[in-house]
Design a protein around this ligand. Structure first.
Ligand code: ADP
Ligand code: MG
Length: 228
């Protein structure tokens, strides 16, 4: 069964003088346990599509549904808080909070008590390969790759089913790109999460279970990548 279903989704930006049709008639069923790569040239609609899937934008036409509920009907803040976490190129951590506090933050919003939140944060940070000394560091004292691990740990701690990432390795070197990709693949394949990554990096797309190529807002083709 689809975890996230896009049905005839179109989205237009309405400017003063022109309308930009950023996503056109997009249909797709995203399943749990799979790693999807969304590729395409700059301006092809990748970020807009990810925003639609995350409920950050609502379709102009068509619908995006999570387990049968459409983003138009649901409370999208709660959807992202509990089910669909978004990871960005620039990590988006709170600079004034330590790594562990950053991971605990959304749990506290979910009203998880402090002790349990701390425990779940530590488990998640350990899972992404960070050591206890790094848990207490502020983002400015962590490398880019480490900061992205903290951002991923935050999605693990809230146990969300869907991870959406826009160029998550865009600010990382080759080695960190590989290890973050390894991690995201493991989350899909070993923990049955639905991982959807926008990337222009062919080495990441080559490892995906499915590659969705956008051209001018339209889904062009789906290549089946090799089996992992
Ligand atoms: P990508 O992520 O593939 O580079 P985007 O989804 O950011 O593509 O953009 C798709 C199209 O929508 C582009 O033509 C872009 O200029 C346009 N666009 C993106 N954001 C806005 C906006 N806020 N207002 C108007 N047009 C936008
Ligand atoms: Mg983009």
């Amino acid at each position: 069964m689809a975890m996230l279903r896009a049905e005839q989704v179109s989205f237009s930006y309405q400017g003063k003088h022109e309308t930009v049709h950023a996503v056109k008639d997009f249909n797709y069923d995203f399943k749990p346990g799979s790693f999807y790569a969304i590729v395409g040239k700059s301006g092809s609609g990748k970020t807009t599509l990810l925003s639609l899937l995350a409920g950050l934008e609502l379709p102009t036409q068509g619908q995006v549904a999570f387990q049968g509920d459409t983003t138009t009907q649901m409370d999208c803040d709660l959807f992202r808080r509990d089910h669909a976490a978004v990871i960005y190129q620039n990590f988006n951590l709170f600079p004034q909070l330590t790594a562990q506090e950053n991971v605990m933050y959304p749990l506290r919003l979910q009203k998880v008590d402090r002790q349990e939140a701390a425990q779940r944060a530590q488990e998640a940070l350990a899972q992404v390969g960070l050591s206890p000394t790094q848990w207490c560091r502020y983002p400015s004292h962590l490398s880019g790759g480490e900061q992205q691990r903290v951002a991923i740990a935050r999605t693990l701690a809230i146990r969300c089913e869907i991870i959406l990432a826009d160029e998550p390795t865009g600010n990382l070197d080759e080695e960190n790109t590989k290890s973050i990709t390894d991690l995201l693949l493991r989350l899909a394949h070993e923990q049955d999460r639905c991982v959807i990554v926008v990337t222009h990096d062919r080495s990441i797309a080559a490892r995906a279970d499915a590659v969705l190529e956008l051209r001018d807002g339209r889904l062009l083709q789906q290549e089946q990548a090799h089996e992992e």
